[in-house]
Design a protein around this ligand. Structure first.
Ligand SMILES: *[C@@H]1O[C@H](CO)[C@@H](O)[C@H](O)[C@H]1NC(C)=O
Ligand SMILES: *[C@@H]1O[C@H](CO)[C@@H](O)[C@H](O)[C@H]1NC(C)=O
Ligand SMILES: *[C@@H]1O[C@H](CO)[C@@H](O)[C@H](O)[C@H]1NC(C)=O
Ligand SMILES: *[C@@H]1O[C@H](CO)[C@@H](O)[C@H](O)[C@H]1NC(C)=O
Ligand SMILES: *[C@@H]1O[C@H](CO)[C@@H](O)[C@H](O)[C@H]1NC(C)=O
Ligand SMILES: *[C@@H]1O[C@H](CO)[C@@H](O)[C@H](O)[C@H]1NC(C)=O
Ligand SMILES: *[C@@H]1O[C@H](CO)[C@@H](O)[C@H](O)[C@H]1NC(C)=O
Length: 919
């Protein structure tokens, strides 16, 4: 013990010694270098006390100065930074504290003016320390905009030249919020620029410091390298997608890199940049409050995390346009965030059903055979999909009669079964067909809407059909082009929704058939840590030109702009019906127009678990309609994995089974009879919950509420929930605990401190905030209902057209005060404007004093019957002697073991108020 202690002391002494030597011997060089700086660039103030300035009290306070990977003493000191190698210094994620870090007095920019502005504060900054990145801005503006009481926007940009900004349609606020729940400070005149955003904790009045750049890495603002860094109030950080890794980030010297890429997930590579860009994080603070930050920036970027706790944004373009959401609950943060990026779209009811797909049906007839075998097994399905094999030579907007067969007849058959049809559309348009033979190219060429290369010719790459060009969705004309293509195709193949793929953009050659240039866009000096170290590997050149600017800036918006254009096209095509779009690539705001799945996964238990994390993240990113290829896209699945995944998938918002052509069929009827039976069982459960799920989507669309949520959203004061990503909740009421490992008949599930009921039996569980072992035979997924909830359900059927006509059921879960409440939104499930026009019904359900009151608070949708067929009440305090419904005695049954009251066989018109009481 004692010996170890002294070793530590000795090591510390040695370290300090080394530091001194380095600094002294290098100081002269440093000084001579700094003489040729611009007029405004001051010399580093390191003359006498450089070692003090480098002696940060803890390694966690080192902020990486050498943003490249090749840290060397020489380059470090050239930058006026401290060189003090320790541990695993250098590069990569999990690298440990950097060897080269900023001295505590590194100035960056000083503040030359701070004044009040019409929207808040407006400051001017002057460059004071050269950063060694070329083309630095000398004068910056820093504007603080008090947009709402709970949202503040911070904009830092070049005062003298306008720069690229993300063309997202964010709120344009003209008057400052008056009852602000936050306070923003910019450090005073003549000092190093720093900024703090703080708020009061509603429960304690303690100050919550949400953003504090004082003493973190300095502000750098050059043409191709921008850095903004802040301390974090806690280590509980979420978001920053899309990535593979735990829901709760490990901020111990890790890094997230954002740049959209067609990238199946390398197992264990938490650093890899994936299909979507979501520069948004949510922090759970120590006392259970939450805040969020969104950096509205679409350039390639790194986000470096360190255990200080602190974070540094390092982006290679645009400006700093940052929103801070004050919370204070995590749900508030998501509402505040989606107020900026757009609330989620309202999905059609049928899209909540089961979607089935695969690449490898080969023909229309085979596609229908699989539909019919699933149907014959009594397994509900709403939507059948086809991958590109339906087409002629993998070209968009064609159908391949010769190989695939009669696609229009297939769609007609699917419609006859009251189901819907979706097919894939890739973004690459075949560019080498004979003139006049392929209108999607000819018309696009004529309209001049394809992406150009740096020298202004069409950029040609390769995708599924061979040589391709890409529609430029930042060009408004492209929406007209795309609408024309989609409408024309729909007149032949009357599909119901679209699956847009390969829109990262994915390219089978690097850059283009001509490669890329060697200019600064294709090869930026600071290269964020993208896979393969190249921005154009498997994609098009950053130097390519889109209508809104260089692909360098807008690359990661491609999926977003395509989703948006597709939404407009579907509005025109499906007259009056809600568009349904699933896109592989996303950006912040994509959820306003469509849904997403997590890309090419593998048929493994690890990937099954990861899908939960991806769904929870997408829900925080405002994309509640999220799924994953159930049973796995790549590799052969196994029956047991597929059975467990079918149970989990039945609680995905977007429930889709899809796989690759080389692997075995994995539709739920492809395996044993037991597997089909258990799939049927869990599909029926999903379908019975759809009225509740649909209402959650309505709340999300109207209020920005989160649909599927991590447990900490409901239990923000219970730190045990912060890292839970093997369980999740649907809304506030349903807790899902899937089995995620092979050959398990039990599952360990966290049961938050609350009263819960087993969904299957109504048995009460007193949650005490511990893990409990739950029985999980192969045909069961654990579902728990939270006390205090009333869940509207409906008797299930083979598809939603049928189930929507069935009787409703209320599942009442009484709390300890014997009370509960819930609500329902019901409309025709597909009209695009039913909510705007008020053609909806809303019902409230309340139980108090042994009385259930059902009342319709809005009744704009009168055309369909709504009939209540049964009520189940969990958590009774004893068997009632009578149950009265609107004053009339009704029959009931009572389970005295589990204390469940069941009222069945009723047919109450829900358009009339209903009172049920029991004594
Ligand atoms: C970093 O160092 C390695 C090994 O010395 C070298 O191969 C690589 O080119 C260097 N990278 C940069 C960006 O200088
Ligand atoms: C917070 O401060 C306000 C104003 O001083 C006071 O009215 C309120 O009671 C305080 N709340 C708490 C929880 O301390
Ligand atoms: C910001 O961080 C610095 C350095 O840790 C600290 O001295 C300062 O008090 C913090 N500011 C606020 C408002 O907490
Ligand atoms: C952070 O990483 C270091 C080095 O790998 C390790 O010693 C330390 O325990 C880690 N801390 C946490 C909180 O994971
Ligand atoms: C597909 O099925 C239809 C109806 O059974 C049949 O007429 C047709 O020949 C089949 N097509 C192929 C390519 O097998
Ligand atoms: C652009 O495309 C043209 C024609 O295909 C080609 O000649 C030229 O080299 C390309 N420019 C770049 C920068 O790749
Ligand atoms: C929590 O509840 C479980 C199940 O009832 C019980 O086994 C466990 O001992 C309880 N733990 C605590 C800390 O109360």
């Amino acid at each position: 013990m004692e010996k170890a202690f002294w070793t530590v002391i000795l090591l510390i002494l040695c370290k300090v010694g080394t530091l001194k030597g380095d600094v002294l011997s290098e100081y002269g060089r440093k000084k001579s270098y700094s003489t040729d700086h611009e007029l405004f660039v001051k010399e580093m103030q390191i003359k006498t006390n450089f070692d003090d300035l480098c002696a940060v009290p803890s390694d966690d306070l080192r902020f990486n100065c050498l943003q490249g990977d090749n840290a060397s003493k020489e380059t470090c000191l050239e930058r006026g930074c401290c060189w003090n190698p320790i541990g695993n210094y250098g590069s990569g994620a999990s690298a440990g504290p950097p060897s080269c870090y900023y001295p505590t007095n590194y100035v960056g920019y000083t503040v030359s003016e701070v004044k009040n502005s019409s929207m808040g504060i407006s400051a001017e900054l002057i460059l004071s320390t050269k950063s060694y990145y070329p083309d630095e801005s000398v004068f910056l503006f820093a504007d603080v905009l008090y947009e709402t009481d709970s949202r503040v926007r911070l904009r830092i940009g070049d005062s003298n030249r306008s720069r690229y900004e993300v063309p997202l349609n964010v709120p344009n606020v003209k008057t400052p919020a008056l009852n602000r729940k936050y306070d923003v400070r910019i450090s005073g005149f003549g000092q190093r620029f720093s900024l703090t955003v703080s708020a009061k904790s509603p429960s304690s009045n303690n100050t919550r410091v949400l953003i504090n750049s004082t003493g973190a890495a300095p502000l750098i603002f050059s043409d191709q390298f921008i850095q903004f860094s802040t301390f974090l109030p806690s280590q509980y950080l979420y978001g920053l997608g899309q990535y593979r890794g735990p829901l709760l980030h490990n901020i111990n010297w890790t890094r997230r890199t954002i740049w959209n890429r067609d990238q199946f997930v390398p197992v264990g590579n938490v650093g890899a940049n994936l299909y979507g860009s979501h520069p948004f994080y949510l922090v759970m603070e120590e006392d259970g409050n939450a805040h969020g930050v969104f950096l509205l920036n679409s350039n390639a970027m790194d986000i470096d995390l360190q255990p200080t706790p602190a974070l540094a944004w390092r982006t290679i373009g645009g400006i700093i346009d940052m929103y801070v959401f004050i919370g204070p609950t995590p749900a508030d943060v998501i509402r505040q965030y989606t107020d900026v990026i757009g609330h989620p779209f309202m999905p059609p009811y049928w899209s909540l059903g089961y979607h089935q797909s695969r690449w490898g049906y080969k023909t229309a007839n085979r596609t229908l055979e699989v539909v019919d075998r699933v149907r014959a097994a009594g397994i509900p399905q709403d939507v059948q999909w086809n991958d590109l094999e339906y087409s002629d030579g993998q070209k968009d907007f064609t159908t391949g009669y010769n190989v695939f067969g009669d696609q229009p007849a297939l769609v007609a058959e699917i419609h006859k079964r009251q189901m819907r049809y979706i097919m894939i559309t890739d973004c690459g348009i075949s560019s080498n067909q004979p003139a006049g033979k392929y209108p999607p190219y000819d018309i696009g060429f004529e309209m001049d809407i394809f992406i150009k290369n740096y020298t202004g010719d069409l950029l040609v790459g390769k995708c599924w059909p061979g040589e391709t060009v890409w529609p430029d969705f930042t060009n408004p004309k492209t929406t007209d082009y795309w609408s024309q293509m989609i409408q024309n195709y729909h007149s032949k193949v009357p599909f119901d929704g679209i699956w847009i793929d390969m829109n990262e953009m994915s390219n089978f050659v690097d850059g283009s058939v001509h490669g890329c240039t060697d200019n600064k866009y294709d090869h930026p000096l600071y290269m964020p840590h993208v896979t393969n170290g190249s921005l154009y590997r498997k994609s098009i050149c950053p130097s390519a030109r889109q209508y809104l600017g260089l692909n360098y800036n807008v690359h990661s918006l491609y999926g977003y702009t395509e989703t948006k254009a597709t939404y407009t096209a579907l509005q025109k095509t499906l007259t009056g019906k809600r568009p349904f779009i699933i896109s592989r690539s996303t950006f912040a705001g994509s959820g306003h127009y469509g849904g997403n799945w997590n890309g090419d996964n593998h048929a493994t238990y690890v990937d099954m678990h990861s899908s939960i994390i991806d769904i929870l993240n997408a829900n925080m990113f405002g994309i509640p309609m999220m799924g994953a290829c159930v049973c796995g896209f790549l590799e052969d699945t196994t029956e047991q994995l597929c059975q467990r995944w079918t149970q989990l998938g039945s609680f995905y918002p977007f429930y889709w089974n899809h796989n690759e052509r080389w692997y075995i069929p994995q539709d739920p009827a492809a395996f044993s009879e037991e597997m089909a039976k258990s799939s049927r069982k869990v599909h029926l459960i999903r379908y019975s919950f759809l009225p509740y799920f649909y209402t959650l989507f309505y709340d999300s669309h109207v209020n920005g509420d989160i649909v599927v949520r991590p447990l900490f959203f409901e239990y923000p004061n219970d730190k045990n929930t912060f890292s839970i990503d093997k369980q999740f909740m649907w809304g506030p009421c349903l807790l899902v605990t899937p089995v995620l490992e092979e050959d398990q008949q039990q599952v360990s599930g966290y049961v938050p401190k609350d009263v819960w009921y087993d969904f299957y039996t109504g048995q009460k569980i007193n949650g005490n905030g511990t893990y409990q072992t739950l029985d999980a035979p192969l045909d069961k997924i654990n579902l728990h209902i939270r006390a205090g909830c009333i869940i509207p359900m409906q008797n299930p059927a083979l598809n939603t057209v049928k189930s929507r006509k069935n009787r409703f059921r209320l599942l009442v879960a009484l709390n300890s005060a014997l009370e509960a409440s819930g609500n329902l939104m019901w409309d025709d499930g597909e009209s695009i404007d039913s909510i705007e026009k008020g053609v909806i019904n809303r019902l409230d359900f309340v139980v108090q004093k042994r009385t259930l009151v059902v009342s319709m608070t809005e009744s704009g949708y009168k055309t369909e019957r709504m009939t209540l067929g049964s009520v189940d009440i969990f958590g009774m305090d004893g068997k009632p002697s009578t149950v009265l419904m609107n004053g009339h005695r009704v029959k009931f049954s009572y389970d005295s073991t589990n204390k469940v009251l069941q009222i069945t066989g009723i047919a109450e018109n829900l358009f009339r108020d209903l009172v049920v009481n029991w004594k």
